[in-house]
Design a protein around this ligand. Structure first.
Ligand SMILES: *Cc1c(COP(=O)(O)O)cnc(C)c1O
Length: 379
């Protein structure tokens, strides 16, 4: 099955009792058994729920994987992956990481004796330098937030394999529409479903997908034992959202490209970070592993003035000033004071998060309105 067909049909079937075409919201905690041990595959909704089941199968199919698991948030999915490790194990991760991922690594898991290394992953040598016999996990996020750096997933898979470690890729920004890490050698793919998969800014959820049976066993054991599961209603909303993932992504990509080109020609704009530009430092890798370049764009202003950036985010009307991304509506953010405020200024600026840096999640509105809004806000 091709992607758009899978988005609509994978994992779901008409309800056997009624013929309802939409998977019902099985809002139940428990299931009646005919006799002891004699049940229909469902015993308790922390362990299994039919609505969640359908969604887990659907997301697994989109990532070309065999096993899917959904969690209460993207962070809860990350929590599950790290709980597969033991004290003394080490993790090599990119240094250009989603803030919440960095926070759970450093402030939750480090005290349980797991060691995290953060390195620039644009060259294999820098990553290899941090690998040793205790390395059990390589963690990649690509494209990165907000600098839109691209990491070579196949190259990282080769390094992880050599080290006997597993590779997990946070595929939130790209979505399975643009990139399938399992096909490129990753062992686990992780999503903040909150973003593009849900797509309507109305659910917080996470997911993991793998094709490895041993990893899947651990994943389901931890999902059930730690209990950070997602609710039936939320599973239903995301099943519904995913049915248009391919249509939304197509428009996000088209609008994203037009906005990136508009900004790159604007006299008030200094730099535009979007992997579709041939002068983007990782453009060739992006072309190799992604089908298009998405709707996430960052840019800085000439003169790098904080006030100019503040005024711009105040003046927009179609774009809404908010955290998060990946919904149908266009969002604008200011990393230096919002998502990356906790990082010291020098460190921030070294990685490119300057005072005037603006991040856009370009939505699926009409492109003329989006461009007009940016034009008036910049002017
Ligand atoms: C939002 C996000 C997360 C965390 O997901 P939540 O659903 O907010 O818990 C992880 N990684 C990336 C890249 C994200 O954008």
């Amino acid at each position: 099955m091709k992607f758009g067909t899978k988005a609509i049909h994978a994992g779901v079937k008409p309800d056997e009792a009624t013929g309802a075409i939409m998977t019902p919201i099985y809002q139940t905690s428990t299931y009646v058994q005919d006799g002891i041990g004699n049940h229909k595959g469902y015993v308790y909704s922390r362990t299994q729920n039919p609505t969640r089941d359908a969604l887990e199968k659907n997301i697994a199919a989109l990532e070309n994987g065999k096993y899917g698991a959904c969690f209460a948030s993207g962070i809860a999915a990350i929590d599950c992956v790290i709980k597969m490790l033991n004290p003394g194990d080490e993790v090599v991760s990119t240094n250009d990481l989603y803030g919440g991922t960095f926070r759970i690594f450093k402030t939750i898991f480090e005290k349980y004796g797991i060691k995290f290394h953060f390195v620039g992953m644009s060259t294999s040598d820098a990553v290899r330098a941090k690998i040793n016999e205790r390395t059990k996990l390589v963690w990649v996020e690509t494209p990165t937030n907000p600098m839109m750096n691209i990491i070579d997933i196949s190259a990282m898979a080769a390094i992880a394999k050599e080290a006997g470690a597993i590779l997990c890729v946070d595929n939130t920004f790209a979505t399975p529409y643009l990139q399938n890490p399992l096909d490129l050698g990753a062992d686990i793919v992780m999503h903040s479903v909150t973003k593009y998969l849900g797509g309507h800014s109305d659910v917080v959820m996470g997911a993991l997908v793998t094709s490895d049976e041993a990893i899947a066993k651990e994943m389901y054991r931890i999902q059930n034992s730690s209990g950070a599961v997602t609710a039936p209603m939320d599973s239903f909303l995301v099943l519904r959202g995913i049915k248009t993932l391919h249509l939304r992504m197509q428009r996000h990509c088209e609008n994203g490209e037009k906005v990136a080109r508009f900004l790159s020609e604007h006299p008030k704009v200094d730099r535009v970070y979007w992997p579709g530009f041939s002068e983007h430092p990782n453009h060739e890798i992006a072309k190799k592993q992604m089908r298009h370049f998405g709707g996430m764009i960052s840019f800085s202003l000439k003169g790098d003035d904080l006030e100019d950036a503040m005024n711009l985010v105040k003046r927009v009307k179609v774009f809404a000033l908010a955290e998060s991304l990946g919904g149908v509506e266009s969002l604008i953010g200011h990393p230096a004071t919002m998502t990356h405020a906790a990082i010291p200024k020098e460190e921030r600026q070294r990685t490119g998060v300057v005072d005037s840096l603006i991040r856009l999640s370009v939505g699926v509105e009409d492109i003329d309105d989006i461009l007009e809004d940016l034009e008036q806000a910049l002017g």
